[in-house]
Ligand binder design. Sequence first.
Ligand code: HEC
Length: 151
Amino acid sequence: MKRTVLLLTPLAIALVGSGSAMAQGLPDGEGRDVYENVCGACHGADIVIGSQGSKTRWEETVDAMKNRGASGSEEDFKIVTNYLARYFGQSVNMNTATPAELETDLGLKKAEVDAIVAARTAAKIANFDALVKVPGVNVKELTALKARLKF
Ligand code: HEC
């Protein structure tokens, strides 16, 4: 009896983690499809959703998964690392981060950074809703980055 339970559990996890439920939870950004192909082979999006780390941390995780048998090209692993570093990177405070941090950490365009800096100089950006109302920002991209944005 015990043996049956042990065999069924990984199957149940695999079923829960597969398919569209996984795609829905992942930020829609460059590299998501590669993440799904390479990492989705063994577990769902929930293994990364809710966690945040530096690029180094994600490099280490991806390396560890290679050792566990994740298959893909070196290019695939690079894309996955960049995807995780961007959308599951450390938090950035939209009111106090320097313009350089907004540009390099979040990958925002210069014009967008200028718009955010102008807006927050006029008045503190209260929350995500206020941020996406700033004229000139890329709402789709900021939505994908939402988990990292603090105010
Ligand atoms: C061949 C199967 C397999 C693939 C493919 C795979 N993983 Fe894993 N992953 C595992 C196993 C097994 C564990 C549990 C490891 C443990 O408990 O130490 C795990 C654990 C994790 C964890 C939690 C533990 C930690 O080290 O932080 C993360 C995050 C993770 N995987 C991310 C990824 C990412 C990102 C990819 C794609 C590059 C990936 N995995 C691909 C098998 C896999």
